[in-house]
Design a binder for this molecule. Structure first.
Ligand SMILES: NC(=O)c1ccc[n+]([C@@H]2O[C@H](COP(=O)([O-])OP(=O)(O)OC[C@H]3O[C@@H](n4cnc5c(N)ncnc54)[C@H](O)[C@@H]3O)[C@@H](O)[C@H]2O)c1
Length: 327
């Protein structure tokens, strides 16, 4: 249904990332908060004036919502999304869309031909990424893409430890940050395939580092570096052009506070979600998950999955599979 006026949106999962959605909903005239849901009664105590639920199914039945945002842990994405889509409610879900491509296909089946499923890749709205896209189209042929997503995961969680439980998170940095990084690669290189990958895990089996090499059908090569043991935070995209020159975007430049780039990125997400409801939308959630699965498969095939003690994982740096680095 296209049209003007604000629509009632519910937020399911009130942890670390929900605050950016809640702020964007408050700022954007096209949305108003209709209800919230969390298993914990005291999550997001600043939200006091809308109905609060513990059970998302009850919220979906009772709250008369036009849309929902799903910001629960990764292992709960698929079942919660399926419930919302089955109720006919458009869904904006955090990445990764699901834990596996198979699960993601189940979510897409619940959306059917007419349901709206929008996976939130917040870096698409990053000001520096948008400027880099404009520069790339002005300068011409991109030859190589490198995306780095380096952080210390313990600084980014809401205090719950599902991130470090491979069964709940999907594996570790490759499952959780891989989708955002692969989505960035796809923005600059189009459709890509995994050529080689390496994964380094801690004693719990959580991947702490990964390097993935990809190729596009048009000859663009890409490298994705992921690290969950990095002291500090670095998120950037570097492009090399056919003429040998290169340019880069530091996604965090100018956003001095911790995670402060997220305020504008999540405003962009909710604007794009509204557009997705009103018009056509090509969701990249499944494509990103297929690249995650292919990277895990390549790492185990190449014999470059490696287990190290957690204190060593912090020092290990990124391991390079048998091929030349793209840099
Ligand atoms: N934290 C980040 O920096 C970040 C950045 C981008 C994307 N994400 C993604 O956002 C999602 C949420 O991450 P987070 O860091 O906010 O996690 P979190 O652990 O801080 O919050 C998750 C919340 O969901 C609630 N919850 C769990 N199961 C639920 C259910 N069935 N129904 C209702 N509530 C439920 C929990 O009680 C918790 O409050 C993840 O998919 C993550 O990958 C996180």
């Amino acid at each position: 249904m296209a049209g003007t006026g604000s629509r009632r949106i519910g937020v399911i999962g009130l942890g670390a990332i929900a605050r950016y959605y809640l702020a964007a909903i408050e700022e954007l005239p096209q949305w108003r908060l209709g209800a919230v849901c969390d298993l914990r009664d005291h999550a997001a105590p600043q939200v006091a004036d809308v109905p609060r639920y513990r059970d998302h199914r009850r919220m979906l039945r009772e709250a008369d919502l036009d849309a929902v945002v799903v910001t629960v842990p990764n292992d709960a994405h698929a079942p919660v999304c399926i419930d919302a889509l089955t109720a006919g409610i458009p869904v904006c879900v955090e990445k990764p869309l699901a834990l596996t491509p198979e699960q993601a296909r189940g979510v897409l089946a619940a959306a059917g031909g007419s349901g709206v499923l929008f996976t939130a890749f917040h870096r698409r709205s990053n000001d520096h990424v948008r400027a880099l896209l404009r520069e790339a189209s002005r300068r011409g042929e991109v030859h190589e893409v490198r995306v780095r997503y380096l952080e210390r995961i313990e600084e980014h969680t809401g205090g719950e430890d599902w991130y470090l439980d491979p069964a709940r998170c999907g594996g570790g940095c490759l499952a959780d940050n891989g989708p955002n990084a692969f989505d960035l690669v796809r923005m600059f290189a189009g459709e890509v395939q995994v050529r080689a990958a390496s994964v380094t895990r801690d004693e719990r089996g959580t991947d702490r580092q990964a390097v993935v090499y990809l190729d596009s059908a048009t000859g663009i090569s890409a490298e994705v570096q992921l690290d969950w043991s990095y002291p500090g935070e670095r998120k950037d995209v570097r492009l090399r052009f056919a003429d040998g020159t290169s340019t880069a975007a530091d996604l965090l430049a100018g956003f001095d506070g911790f995670k402060s780039s997220l305020w504008h990125e999540y405003r962009g997400i909710l604007q794009d979600f509204r557009d997705a409801i009103d018009g056509g939308h090509q969701d990249g959630g499944l494509a990103a998950l297929e690249l995650v699965a292919a990277a895990y498969a390549a790492a185990s095939q190449d014999g470059t999955s490696e287990d190290v003690a957690s204190e060593d994982a912090g020092r290990a740096g990124t391991r390079v599979p048998g091929k030349e680095r793209a840099s």
